[in-house]
Design a protein around this ligand. Structure first.
Ligand SMILES: Nc1nc2c(c(=O)[nH]1)N[C@H]1C(S)=C(S)[C@@H](COP(=O)(O)O)O[C@H]1N2
Ligand SMILES: [Mo]
Length: 407
């Protein structure tokens, strides 16, 4: 008789996964490991659950908006980003940075509410418990890495990050969201029962109550949001004391991320022989600044929306990119333009403008800002400005445009 070995394999795997592991010697139980080392009554499953829910929502919104920003900059074949509404990216990226910052006090309180478990005894009960603890370690590490690297980036403080910020922040985001989903899967029953059964408040005199703690954390998250939202919500700018950049500041009332001096383009942009080289299939034109100024001029009101979360609106005047595409002999309804800066190195010296943005009449090679010639730090003599696009793709000091039809 042949018997199916499956059920036995399954039960023995289960038995192995949940087999009790030998506890470590009791002599190790000292300091925070001793019984009763933590007895704050303010900690409870309910508090941890409420903080966990808030954090899960903030992290998910932050992850999705971050993914959008990443895909706009590195589009996979199936991803398309429209050129309208003009300020959509300003909103998604503002929300990305705001939810990340609001997560700081939430994560701090959440870690406080559970850190005594770091010293649980025995440290691991069985193999499944070991896996769960490893997952939590990965989640905490990835979450801290996301928040710290994000804050360092908006503060322009790159020295503590010996890796390329964008790649590190992107890949560890997947680790964080994966570990978060697994964590939610494991903890959901506990959260459910904690929310169903209201445990009576037992905070003794002198210690903070659960409601007081949640109120403080909520207020901290609110204050951080209010004190930074002004970097993109203009009416809140006066109270944006925590924001690294504020709308309306800088030359021509617009913040600058990289100066002409910093990019090493000062000589090239003021050279009398400056020409914008415009290349299409089988034809190249060299346009002097006077040639560009002689083409039909258009004025648009569009924001620079930096990935760092700040944004600021400007009134830009210049030549429509679609007119230049036509001049290069390509149908502007279905074309791509590769725009290069006079900046010779630097990660943001060139960008591809996809068909929806080439087509859009708001996309300009701008020559003026607020009616004046562009300030050198804003891209003199000519810069790209397109609707609904990350600031990092709004190339300054444009020297060359190469046009390609999509058919
Ligand atoms: N050539 C070049 N263009 C560039 C950059 C750069 O480093 N080099 N930085 C970009 C970034 S990150 C932003 S947010 C905008 C800022 O434009 P502004 O300095 O005029 O406000 O310029 C973009 N254009
Ligand atoms: Mo930027």
């Amino acid at each position: 008789m042949v018997r199916d070995p499956e059920p036995r394999v399954k039960t023995s795997l289960r038995a192995w996964l949940f087999q009790p592991l030998p506890p470590p010697p009791a002599a190790l139980r000292r300091g925070p490991l001793r019984p009763g080392a933590f007895d704050s009554r303010s900690r409870s499953a309910r508090l941890t659950s409420l903080l966990g829910i808030a954090l899960a929502v903030a992290f998910t919104v932050c992850f999705v908006t971050g993914l959008i920003s990443h895909f706009i900059q590195h589009p996979p074949w199936w991803f398309g980003w429209p050129s309208r509404p003009v300020g959509l990216y300003r909103v998604t990226q503002g929300v990305h940075v705001a939810t990340g910052l609001a997560s700081v006090p939430l994560l701090g309180a959440k870690l406080w509410s559970v850190y005594p478990r770091l010293f649980a005894w025995p440290p691991v009960r069985d193999p499944v418990h070991a896996i769960e603890r490893a997952g939590i370690a990965a989640l905490v590490a990835a979450a801290l890495f996301q928040l710290i690297s994000g804050i360092l980036n908006i503060a322009h403080w790159y020295e503590p990050m010996p890796f390329f910020f964008t790649a590190g922040h992107y890949w560890s985001a997947w680790l964080a969201i994966g570990a978060l989903l697994a964590h939610i899967g494991v903890k959901l029953p506990i959260v459910r029962s904690a929310l169903r059964h209201r445990t009576p408040e037992r905070a003794p005199a002198g210690s903070i109550s659960r409601r007081g703690l949640l109120g403080t954390v909520g207020a901290a998250a609110g204050i951080i949001t209010l004190a930074t939202a002004g970097q993109t919500v203009a009416p809140l700018a006066p109270i944006a004391v925590l924001a690294p950049r504020r709308p309306g500041t800088g030359p021509q009332h617009l913040p600058v991320n990289k100066t002409a001096g910093g990019a090493g383009v000062r000589d090239a942009i003021f050279a009398p022989g400056y020409r914008l080289t415009l290349t299409g299939p089988g034809r190249t034109r060299n346009l002097a600044l006077a040639d560009l100024a002689a083409l039909p001029q258009h004025t648009v009101v569009l924001p620079i929306s930096c990935v760092e979360g700040w944004s600021s609106t400007g009134t830009w005047t210049g030549v429509r990119l679609r007119d230049l595409v036509e001049l290069a002999g390509v149908d502007p309804e279905d074309a791509e333009a590769f725009v290069e800066s006079l900046e010779t190195r630097g990660r943001y010296r060139a960008t591809t403008v996809p068909p929806p943005h080439v087509r859009d009449p708001f996309t300009l090679i701008a020559l003026r800002l607020g009616g004046e010639p562009l300030h050198p730090d804003h891209g003199y003599p000519a810069r790209l400005i397109a609707p609904n696009r990350p600031g990092v793709l709004q190339t300054k000091w444009v020297g060359r445009i190469t046009v390609r039809g999509m058919q």
